[in-house]
Design a protein around this ligand. Structure first.
Ligand code: HPA
Length: 272
């Protein structure tokens, strides 16, 4: 699908000539606000960009914005697709490879996630240190696209140690507590059973969500440096009295959005 990413890149470069982003930013459920804070922004609805797929999930703005945050050129994906929406991998590959072709060096992903620990409650931010792919799927299945990366590659430092360090520095600067942990990615769309939550914890996960990992795999394949932060919107199923719902996810994501914005803004400043 090299073709789709090339077409999307040509379209975006025509809409905003000579713009070279340093960072790509993917904003998860209910976390769109920071995308609106870019200065000198060009906003392109996904439906206008060739090959870009709109998310059907409420809380995703479905727009790409290019602009500056704290003097750093950024390209921001406000909204993402998930496998549970029924899309194939092309949509995800096109998003990420377009960021690469536009010239981004790094990618910061955000998501909403459930926590597997009582001491990482709803309202926390968690920096992802590693992941476990429980989606039963992989966006790189199929012929390898050599233009972007090798067939086989390592995932030891998928979450870039230097970027993780910068996130920690940024969190201290803005006094936002940043937990750390392993993110398990499941297919969804339903939330987990309490037994699944216990199993995920036993297997070494600290948080669970339905996104991010496919994007990280495509990004690492094409050599983008990756960092990711989860907005913890709930404790995992069975860990509290709360009945889980997407409305709850969006409500809690909004409560955390301010801390997420402060963190991202300070992180971006370290890239200047
Ligand atoms: N499980 C899976 N995905 C999620 C959750 C959860 O508990 N919370 C937000 N996204």
């Amino acid at each position: 699908m090299t073709e789709a990413a090339l077409k999307a890149t040509a379209f975006i470069q025509k809409a905003r000539p000579h713009f070279q982003p340093k960072l790509g930013l993917i904003l998860g459920s209910g976390l769109n606000e920071i995308g609106k804070r870019l200065t000198d922004a060009t906003i392109l609805p996904y439906q206008e960009i060739p090959g870009f797929t709109q998310s059907t999930v409420q809380g995703h703005a479905n727009a790409l914005s290019l602009g500056e945050l704290n003097g750093v050129p950024i390209v921001c994906l406000q909204g993402r697709v998930h496998y549970y929406e029924g899309f194939n991998s092309e949509a995800i590959k096109t998003y990420i490879r377009t960021l690469k072709l536009l010239g981004a060096e790094s990618l910061l992903l955000t998501n909403a996630a459930g926590s597997l620990h009582q001491d990482i409650p709803a309202g926390s931010l968690m920096m992802i240190t590693d992941h476990i792919n429980f989606q039963g799927h992989n966006p790189l299945i199929g012929p390898n696209e050599e233009d972007f990366g090798p067939r086989f590659f390592g995932m030891e430092d998928a979450y870039d140690p230097a970027l993780r360090n910068l996130l920690e520095v940024a969190s201290k600067k803005v006094t936002v507590h940043l937990a750390q942990g392993v993110y398990a990615s499941v297919l969804g769309p339903m939330f987990e059973t309490p037994a699944e939550i216990r199993a995920l914890r036993l297997l070494g996960a600290d948080a669970v969500g339905m996104s991010t990992v496919p994007e990280v795999i495509v990004a690492r394949h094409c050599g983008l440096r990756v960092a990711a932060v989860s907005a913890i919107t709930n404790l995992g199923a069975g860990m509290s009295q709360e009945i889980l719902s997407h409305e709850g996810t969006l409500y809690h994501a909004q409560q955390i959005a301010q801390d997420m914005e402060k963190l991202i803004s300070a992180f971006v400043e370290t890239l200047r």
